[in-house]
Design a protein around this ligand. Structure first.
Ligand code: PLP
Length: 370
């Protein structure tokens, strides 16, 4: 196998261990692993194919295409499509037996038509908007919405769900917001019950709410980030480990004179005679340009500053004289490291670990370790 010097190493054992620990927080509930956005950069096909053996009961994706890809590859677990899709995607949803979470009735007649033609039934989940103002129908509409769906003979409402806006916060005001959302969701469940509409699966919890002290799990959790080893909450007592580490190698080392600039725009200049190393990773691999003159990497237990701008394909670091670093030495960009992980990198450039992880692009090979 030929792999680039730059690769993302994914430890499947670590992933499975994280899942095991998370399951202890939500004992007795079903678990749905979120594998959208290429499994948060970890590789959707590989992660989906080990999910069942990691003990999850379902997978969820953001787009129909993602669902089709993993179904075609042989995944037999239920696949939930988290977001409303377009009419044109309805045929694929039915054909590949995906479970859509619907926020509009636009696609329902298409499901009905397909199911009639193929003499089968299909399951949908209803999304309730309890305060995110994104997907979902309002509480006041939920009963009528459900009834209108049940007029179609081939469609079963298997689940009801909502999504929380601020479950990762422990600020008083936001805790109250989460509580209001949960209350609204419970009211929606009661309304359905009152109308004799039975649903088997109720789900509201993402990673943050699964792990929070005020957790309400209903009977299925949908979690992504925590499985990959990061907790969205500041305070909790779960020991998760990042499953992915992004690594590269030193390919060029050069000595430069004091006053010499490095990289585009000459934004950095050497204050003294020094030594630089060039690493074959750039923003087109997912190392954001925002790390220009800001980020660090790790080589043999020491941290070195990124100097000058991160380029499309290369990054330059200052290793200084007599570092002992040699060509082909391993470089940690980030991973299971207290200084360099997706969470600390996110803080450095004012974003969230989700964005750091999903930024790893297709040209970075993923290497799986058991
Ligand atoms: C992405 C997503 C999740 C998973 O969120 P995590 O914070 O990664 O656990 C759950 N539900 C919905 C609707 C999502 O879009």
């Amino acid at each position: 196998m030929s792999i680039r010097a730059t690769a993302a190493y994914v430890d499947l054992g670590v992933l499975k261990n994280n899942i095991k620990k998370i399951k202890l927080f939500a004992a007795k509930t079903k678990t749905c692993l979120v594998v959208k956005a290429n499994a948060y950069g970890h590789g959707i096909t590989q992660i989906s194919s080990v999910a069942a053996s990691a003990g999850v009961d379902a997978l969820s994706v953001a787009t129909v295409d993602e669902g089709v890809m993993i179904r075609e590859m042989g995944v037999t677990l239920p696949i939930i499509v988290l977001f409303q899709h377009s009419k044109g995607e309805s045929e694929a949803v039915c054909h590949y037996n995906l479970t859509p979470v619907i926020s509009s009735d636009a696609t329902i007649p298409y499901y009905e038509d397909y199911c009639k033609r193929h003499n089968r039934k299909m399951k949908v989940h209803i999304k309730v908007d309890t305060g995110l103002s994104r997907m979902g129908v309002f509480l006041e509409e939920v009963s009528d919405f459900a009834k209108s769906i049940l007029r179609y003979k081939h469609i079963e409402i298997e689940g009801v769900s909502t999504h929380l806006a601020a479950a990762d916060s422990d600020e008083e005001k936001l805790l109250n917001y989460t509580k209001e959302q949960i209350d609204k969701f419970m009211t929606a469940l009661k309304l359905l019950e009152k109308n004799k509409i039975k649903v088997k699966i109720c789900h509201a919890s993402n990673s943050a709410s699964t792990l929070s002290k005020a957790a309400v799990h209903f009977n299925m959790i949908r979690f992504g980030l925590a499985a990959y080893g990061y907790s969205p909450n500041k305070n909790n007592n779960i020991d998760l480990h990042p499953a992915l580490s992004l690594r590269s190698k030193v390919l060029v080392i050069k000595n430069i004179k004091s006053g010499t600039a490095a990289s585009y725009g000459a934004t950095w200049k050497a204050k003294k005679d020094t030594t630089l190393a060039v690493i074959p990773i750039g923003y087109a691999d997912g190392l954001s340009r925002s790390f220009s003159n800001k980020g660090k990497v790790k080589i043999k237990d020491k941290y070195y500053n990124i100097v000058g701008r991160v380029c499309m394909d290369q990054t330059i670091i200052e290793i200084g004289k007599n570092s002992g670093i040699e060509i082909e030495d391993d470089v940690l960009i980030y991973g299971d490291d207290s200084v360099l992980n997706a969470q600390t990198l996110a803080r450095t450039i004012n974003t969230i670990p989700y964005e750091i992880l999903t930024s790893i692009t297709e040209r970075v090979p993923r290497v799986y370790i058991e």
